[in-house]
Design a protein around this ligand. Structure first.
Ligand SMILES: Cc1ncc(COP(=O)(O)O)c(C=O)c1O
Length: 391
């Protein structure tokens, strides 16, 4: 009965296929099948010990009560300092909003800025939640293709054609999920020029900032005049292997931060208090475990890229960032979703079809290499066998 009563807007809400494929893979495992997991984007490392200890200490010290909706002052201060140091722009704690994971920042920013009919520009292939939330709030999604030829950077000519007075928000994500592509400083500069010209805010999803294997990180917020129209989305999930803790943040002009704080009051109330104390320890404590993890990921990237390029029918660019590869499987002549399903069901390796990230992902697969080298070697062997039986 309740099914017929679901609000119309729910029909516009999308999903994140990684969680669905994970559920299907787990169901196969329950039937006794062996599955190698390269579908979900989370580091296989444990959260560093000093961060876990800080959470335990906070729990024992009674940090078990509600806190301010925008986050604990000490964490907002630590984030402001961290952003100032890493992006080179002055930030005050009242420009910071702490949320359970970084995803709510995406949801809240799109909701707070987009009126019905407003256009929102975003990368395709890209993180599927952008498009899902744009549709949900009644905005008009304007996808910009990412091109393999330019290391999965934006098709800038297309971007220049599509940004106009109707654009309400530009979303960028570098390093990128799902391609591992990194926007060059020149690209970031051109995006900023457009944003300034049309006075459009930019939501800069920088959650993979630490996973950069070549070159320097360029934040659009650091460019002259851009801070007042930039929202930085970042968090702890990936950099500190804290996906299950749910801790993220946004940095934005104060009037928008106030709106996001109201959205927090209306939804989660606040982010778990003892977990925020762990966040302070992550930002202020020893950074060595993060550097070691990133170095290990660089080696895994090379292992997976070299291995994929040896498989007939597959070519794989070497991404400069994140922990994903986006191999081209167009030579197989099959829809990428079908290839991914075949690999899961026949070869026991869970990967995602590129179209899980938008129509321009057709012809590609996404593999997360946030898995041990042994797992990656096993996955490569299974992919080779599985694709062999597809032809
Ligand atoms: C591009 C991108 N942004 C944001 C997030 C959300 O991170 P969190 O787990 O902190 O909500 C993810 C997670 O997969 C992501 O890939």
């Amino acid at each position: 009965m309740i099914e017929a009563m679901i609000a119309e807007r729910m029909g516009r809400l999308g999903t994140e296929t990684a969680f669905e494929v994970l559920a299907r893979a787990r169901a196969l495992e329950r039937q006794g099948k062996s599955v190698v997991h390269l579908e979900i984007g989370e580091p296989d490392f444990d959260t560093p010990a000093h961060i876990r200890d800080a959470a335990k200490r906070a729990l024992d010290a009674g940090a078990t009560h509600y806190g301010p909706s925008a986050g604990l002052p000490e964490l907002r201060e630590a984030i402001a300092e961290h952003i100032e140091k890493t992006r080179g722009v002055p930030v005050t704690p009242d420009e910071v909003v702490v949320t359970p994971g970084a995803k709510p920042i995406m949801f809240f920013v799109i909701m707070a800025l987009t009126n019905r009919g407003d256009e929102v520009v975003y990368p395709n292939p890209g993180f599927p939640i952008y498009e899902s939330v744009i549709n949900f709030v009644g905005g008009v999604p304007v996808p910009i293709p990412l091109l393999e030829e330019t290391g999965f950077g934006f098709d800038l000519r297309e971007l220049e054609r599509r940004v106009s007075r109707k654009t309400k928000l530009i979303i960028i994500n570098s390093p990128e999920n799902p391609t591992g592509g990194v926007l060059s400083p020149e690209d970031v500069g051109r995006i900023a020029d457009l944003a300034r010209h049309y006075r459009v805010p930019v939501l800069s999803d920088e959650i993979y900032r630490r996973f950069l294997y070549e070159g320097e990180f360029a934040s659009v917020a650091s460019l002259p005049g851009m801070k007042p129209q930039t929202i930085i989305l970042d968090g702890f999930s990936k950099s500190y292997a804290m996906t299950g803790w749910r801790l993220g943040f946004g940095v934005m002009p104060k009037p928008l931060a106030e709106q996001l704080t109201r959205l927090m009051t209306n939804s989660a109330s606040c982010t778990a208090t003892f977990i925020q104390h762990a966040g302070v320890a992550a930002l202020r404590g020893d950074d060595t475990p993060v550097q070691q993890m990133v170095e290990e990921f660089r080696q895994r990237r090379d292992l997976v890229v070299d291995g994929l390029n040896r498989i007939p029918g597959v070519t794989c660019a070497r991404p400069r960032g994140a922990f994903y590869v986006f191999p081209n499987v167009k030579a197989l002549g099959r829809p990428s979703k079908e290839v991914a399903t075949h690999l899961l069901e026949q070869a026991g390796v869970a990967v995602l079809g590129g179209t899980a990230f938008g129509e321009h992902g057709e012809g590609y697969l996404r593999l997360s290499y946030a898995a041990s080298r042994e797992t990656i070697r096993e996955a490569l062997a299974r992919i080779e066998r599985g694709l062999g039986s597809l032809r």
